[in-house]
Design a protein around this ligand. Structure first.
Ligand code: NAP
Length: 266
């Protein structure tokens, strides 16, 4: 069986390091290059923590994909770089698996269009943790019966985007089944701006940022005389790699655009 040839964007990042470990420890995968804006022209083995991994480092994905043959790009960077990486990959017929969060609706629409034009698979996964994906699915189930819901997402204090992609996606999935409703008292007023959090389709999302946290979310539903809380906790980044592997294996079998790992879970 031929190995899946993989390029990783953001290998020095916390997620990127885990992805390098996953790819180099998986028999059916081959790491063919990495994208790192600060170490162009080096070998990955020249960078601390990657001894013995002799693959080329490119700052620019265009140059990378002209130089090496690749099947899949795993991107774990920031939205601007991730968008450029995913678009360029699709233009070269390379399938993106993007974990980078913070893409907006226009970005997603642009990638979906490019995917269709190039007939090349692409998976954008705001959350690779299988437990988090199940939390979203369970929240969608509950949203049919509970119209009132608030989301509290909690992350480490180095996270750049708020609310998290997972919180936004959870709200979107609940909205697919929930009757629209403006929650809280109709006359409620914030005495401190932002006290009620962000709002999307009447659902309030609260973002907590603290050192010590990794990625956590509570979806709290309320109804007469009862509440239902669905909670997911990620304790370290290795939890995301089962989902990364699932996405890489799946993207090789599709030629369409998929947003959200829940759409590839059986
Ligand atoms: P991180 O530790 O800050 O790593 C980010 C990496 O991106 C670094 O290697 C950084 O390298 C690189 N980078 C930053 N700006 C760049 C640019 N303009 N061009 C190219 N590379 C750039 O972050 P992380 O925790 O690994 O997270 C990475 C991404 O994955 C984030 O978007 C995060 O929200 C997302 N994430 C997704 C999941 C999921 O399940 N889908 C889970 C956790 C995190 P430099 O040293 O050059 O800045």
């Amino acid at each position: 069986m031929e190995k899946v040839r993989i390029v990783i964007g953001g290998p020095r990042g916390r997620m990127g390091k885990e992805a390098v470990r996953l790819v180099t420890n998986t028999d059916t995968y081959e790491l063919v290059a990495v994208l790192d804006r600060k170490n162009d022209g080096m070998l990955l083995s020249d960078i601390d923590g990657f001894e013995n991994i002799e693959v080329p480092v490119f700052a620019d994905i265009e140059k990378c994909l002209i130089t090496v043959q690749a099947d899949v790009l795993i991107d774990l960077t920031v939205p601007e770089a991730g968008m450029y990486h995913a678009k360029t990959a699709l233009q070269h017929g390379v399938r993106p698996v993007v974990g980078t969060s913070g893409f907006n609706e226009e970005d997603l629409a642009e990638l979906e269009k490019l995917c269709a034009e190039k007939e090349t698979g692409c998976i954008i996964a705001p959350n690779f943790a299988i437990g988090a994906v199940l939390m979203m699915k369970f929240a969608r189930m509950a949203g049919k019966y509970f119209k009132d819901v608030e989301i509290i997402e909690m992350h480490h204090d180095q996270k750049l985007d708020a609310p998290s992609g997972t919180a936004i996606k959870t709200a979107e999935m609940i909205c697919e089944v929930r009757e629209p409703k403006k929650q809280g008292h109709p006359d409620e007023k914030e005495t401190i701006k932002g006290a009620r959090g962000a709002e999307t389709d009447g659902i309030h999302i609260h973002s907590v940022r603290l050192p010590g946290l990794v990625a956590h979310q509570e979806v709290i539903f309320g109804s007469a005389g009862e509440t239902l809380t669905i909670r997911h906790d990620t304790y370290n980044r290795s939890s995301f790699m089962t989902g990364v592997k699932l996405a890489v294996d799946s993207v090789m079998k599709i030629d369409t655009f998929v947003y959200g790992l829940e759409n590839i879970l059986e």
